[in-house]
Design a protein around this ligand. Structure first.
Ligand SMILES: Nc1ncnc2c1ncn2[C@@H]1O[C@H](COP(=O)(O)OP(=O)(O)OP(=O)(O)O)[C@@H](O)[C@H]1O
Ligand SMILES: [Mg+2]
Length: 318
């Protein structure tokens, strides 16, 4: 197959919160991911990264837009139709404590998708996949009989990764897979994901809060603000020539090694509070916090446009 593994066009995900109000979690997001490549998706807490991910894996029914996986539109497929396609697309979650069933052994956690997708017929047969996978993620077959709560955070995330990879998916959505881990462990887990990608040629949608985390894994980087994509380009380009004032603000908050300081700085890097996604600002959603806002910015919503080859941004300054 040629063509991108994932194409997302004008994806919209709204959540009604009561009779009157709707959370505009995702509003018209468009991107595609080529086979074997990684798209890093970044933005502040609440900007809609996880909602985007969950719409794509169809935990939610998208409010609007189109999702094409491996050349096939899955936007409105029933769960039954989706089931055989799920093998191609797996997810790794942020919290390895919450996402693994505490009552299951590691063997059963990793065997479950194999059994669900009829790759194997029995737990015994599953071992042929489980043991090599455990070793591949840096654990051993002796770990198979243990329970997830017996492991450290980093080891648990390795189990979560093994479960996601055991079906040999073509796309893995990693929703902040390292944010909950100790800084010392983060690089190991990122390297594991990268090495595996080089071996198997799978694609990642790699979600993170800040640009520093996606730097070494991404081919392309997309920056989200209040449910919308505001900038999209090659990874090295976004660090060298950030165009959108929001991206520039995110980048100015990076070079702090101490995570606590970094968090404080992240909040002060961009002036003002994140507006409510229930009533997003008119025009450009960032205009209320933008140091360069002009009159047009509060009136007209800017579209994504290609400002230089392969570099798109949605901003009236360009
Ligand atoms: N199931 C839901 N029902 C109602 N509102 C939701 C639901 N899921 C998310 N939201 C809201 O949608 C917005 C986007 O949330 P989302 O979790 O997608 O953001 P995020 O970028 O992943 O944030 P974080 O970095 O904290 O994980 C938030 O305002 C959130 O409260
Ligand atoms: Mg999230």
């Amino acid at each position: 197959m040629s063509g991108p593994i994932l194409e997302v066009t004008d994806l919209t995900q709204h959540f009604p919160v009561n009779r009157r109000d709707v959370v505009h979690a995702v509003d018209g997001v468009t991107f595609s991911i080529q086979r074997g490549q990684t798209l890093g998706l970044v933005g502040e807490s609440g900007c809609g990264k996880s909602s985007c991910a969950r719409s794509i894996i169809r935990v939610y029914d998208p409010t609007g837009g189109r999702i094409v996986l491996d050349g096939e539109e899955i936007t409105h497929m029933s769960q039954k139709e989706l089931q055989p396609r799920r093998k191609k697309m797996q997810m790794i979650f942020q919290d390895p404590y919450a996402s693994l069933n505490a009552r299951m052994t590691v063997r059963d956690i990793i065997a479950e998708p194999l059994l669900a997708h009829h790759v194997v017929k029995s737990r015994e047969e599953a071992n042929d996949y489980v043991y090599p996978m455990l070793e591949r993620v840096g654990l051993t077959r002796e770990h198979a009989g243990r329970y997830a709560h017996e492991f450290s955070g980093g080891q648990r995330q390795r189990v979560g990764i093994a479960r996601a990879l055991v079906l040999r998916p073509e796309l893995v959505i990693c929703d902040e897979p390292i944010s909950a881990l100790d800084v010392s462990i983060q690089a190991q887990v990122v390297n594991l994901l990268r090495d595996y990608q080089q071996e198997q040629g799978l694609a990642y949608l790699f979600i993170a809060h800040d640009l520093s985390m996606v730097r070494y894994v991404s081919d392309l980087v997309g920056v989200m603000y209040l449910g919308q994509l505001v900038e999209l380009c090659a990874a090295e380009e976004i660090y060298a020539h950030p165009l959108h004032p929001y991206t520039q603000g995110l980048l100015s908050s990076i070079p702090v090694a101490n995570p606590k300081l970094a968090r404080e700085k992240e909040q002060s890097g961009i002036e003002g509070d994140l507006p409510s996604p229930v009533n997003p600002p008119s025009g450009c959603r960032f205009h209320t916090r933008c140091p360069f806002a002009k009159e047009v910015c509060s009136q007209e919503a800017p579209c994504m446009k290609e400002v230089s080859p392969g570099h798109q941004t949605a901003c009236h300054l360009y």
